[in-house]
Design a protein around this ligand. Sequence first.
Ligand SMILES: [Zn+2]
Length: 398
Amino acid sequence: MSETVIVNAGWLIDGTGGPVRKNIRLRIENGIIRSISDSESVDFRKDRVIDFGSDTILPCLIDSHVHLCMSGTDDPVAREKQLGAGFDEIKGLISEHIKRHLSYGVLAVRDGGDRYAHALRYRNEYIDIKKMQIGIRVAGRAWHRAGRYGGLIGRPPQENYSLAEVIQTDPEEKDHIKIVNSGLNSLKEFGKETLPQFSVEELSDVVKIALKCGRRVMVHANGKKPVVVALEAGCDSIEHGFFMGAENLKIMAEKGIVWVPTACTMKAYAEHMKPGSVEHEVSRMNLDHQLEQISKARELGVTVALGTDAGSIGVHHGSAVIEELKLLITAGYSLPEAVKSSSKNGADLLGINDFGILASGKPATFLAVKGDPSKLPASLSAIQAIYINGTPASGRLK
Ligand SMILES: [Zn+2]
């Protein structure tokens, strides 16, 4: 006999970006949502009712840019230790980070790479992951040009081999290919650009290989030139994209290329720099500029997927999602639009069909947070319940 459950929701954000709905009932059969309707229209007397009448229901969230091997610590000794750690030393920290994501309602993450591909090994081997029910997509080691930025999260191609050649013969079973195509943002000089690390031709060859093996290409790129090279090559997403400019945003809107702005990294820098210092001032200005770009992206219809770069200085796994949602809202997103960037847009980018939106025919995988939607995103820090395929998962979070 099939089990039917009615979930009574005070408010519903369905992940499509549409308006918040009030007093909603979801009918769930065998873990699948069968209908979503106004509370008056459902005869639920014979069914089991789960009451979230004072709470807001929303889809589970996705962080599309994290580094599971690094915590957000600002202690340079601890950071150095994490960067050099072997798998046995780091696997406990990865488990801890995954638990933190779950406790904030983040049920899938996309890892942007680490020096020794520990996150990839963890995804492949570590048994706890199956109990945790979190979706993990990994890049393994990223690729950067020899002598340029990227050694913290990857490696350059071996001498005398092209980028495409080393990627084609790379045995790592990664989910996506991560390319570093610019430097970091300067905290000393506002808007200072670095040159692209690779050419359009080099990246186009990577995209061809990626298409053949069904992988997507995520590109770390700040500044106009590094971004336009990645866009011309047909890469799938631009990571960070500080100072990319309106022309690049227009191309992204036209081509449907996803942007993961990671604005909270710059907010964290600003908070960690000494007030009155050049770095403090420049990181504040960098953040304001990024928020203007996000506002422009919204206006142009660029698909933005929420990513935090958790593991960067001051950017903590799990809680950073609240910070990034707040920044999207500051930049002009409505709450449902901001949620969509972390639910539907993240699910599409990671290729996870079960997540993203709450609709008839979709799995009943959702979060319940206390109170009305005005409490979001802060209320993600005290989630009432997480349901996965119609079953409460909260017990796993302890
Ligand atoms: Zn990153």
